[in-house]
Design a protein around this ligand. Structure first.
Ligand SMILES: [Zn+2]
Length: 269
């Protein structure tokens, strides 16, 4: 994704706080309560608070453990919006990145500077892009990665593999939008955070399908057939909730995902 914010999107502000509380579970290792706070997105929602941008970051509070999923585009957005919302980020233990487009990793440096103890995680494959290497790997579609990748001067602390766990979040491979994107399935309630594997802004769509109202994720999509295969796999996880990098959180997304998949099959045929 490009970092440049079109004027028409410049008004977009902080999204509302979305809270979901699940029934208690008997399993001691699973979370009993999850709270999600969007800290950076282009979506309007609460124009009284925070600064908007074309980017994504969300604070997850899972049984007292606090994780930041993605970090927005600009170095200061998450920090400023947290301050304005009265949220203390000093107890955040993990920054977990879905993919390396600039609008998702741009805030890492600022957050690390402010909170040096935080552990930064990204998918193993995606980490190669952090060093500026866009070349396809062996066995991958031979196409260069697209979109604005952030070449960074920091290194991730942890490289994520499918099946790894961060609290109640399970790492799920989600390539296609980028070569090494990962999604996160909350094993407690099957909430699914997909990065840009799908978008919900302008209508639910698989990465690579151009949504006229918000076409930018499609334009930054690396390999459409892979994106479609990923979306099919994500749908099979039967998510209870779909959180995307661009658009509103969707509860009960099955029907909307089915329609998006059908549209993608036709578009990519
Ligand atoms: Zn992206």
């Amino acid at each position: 994704m490009r970092r440049t914010l079109p004027v028409t999107l410049g008004f977009l502000l902080l999204a509302p706080i979305t809270t979901s509380t699940a029934p208690p579970t008997r399993h001691p290792t699973l979370a009993s309560a999850v709270r999600v706070t969007i800290l950076s997105t282009m979506l309007s929602g609460n124009p009284e608070h925070g600064i908007g941008e074309w980017g994504f970051a969300a604070l997850l509070e899972v049984d007292g453990r606090r994780l930041l999923i993605d970090t927005g585009a600009r170095p200061e957005t998450v920090l400023r919006n947290a301050q304005e919302l009265g949220l203390d980020l000093s107890t955040v233990t993990d920054v977990v990145l879905t993919h390396n487009h600039a609008d998702h990793v741009g805030g890492v440096a600022g957050i690390r500077e402010r909170f040096p103890g935080v552990e930064v995680s990204i998918g193993e494959r995606e980490a190669r892009l952090l060093a500026g290497d866009k070349t396809p790997g062996p066995g991958e579609p031979q196409a260069p990665a697209k979109g604005a990748f952030q070449k960074v001067d920091w290194k991730p602390d942890r490289l994520l593999k499918p099946g790894d766990r961060i609290g109640s979040l399970e790492v799920v491979p989600a390539p296609g939008h980028t070569p090494g994107q990962v999604a996160f399935l909350d094993v407690r309630d099957r909430g699914l955070i997909v990065g840009d594997a799908l978008q919900t802004r302008g209508g639910v769509a698989v990465s690579g399908v151009v949504v006229p109202l918000f076409p930018f994720p499609a334009l930054a999509t690396w390999h459409k057939p892979t994106a479609l295969a990923t979306a099919e796999a994500l749908r099979k996880l039967e998510p209870s909730r779909l959180a995307t990098g661009h658009g509103d959180v969707l509860e009960g997304p099955a029907d909307a995902m089915n329609r998006a998949l059908e549209k993608a099959r036709r578009a990519f045929a």
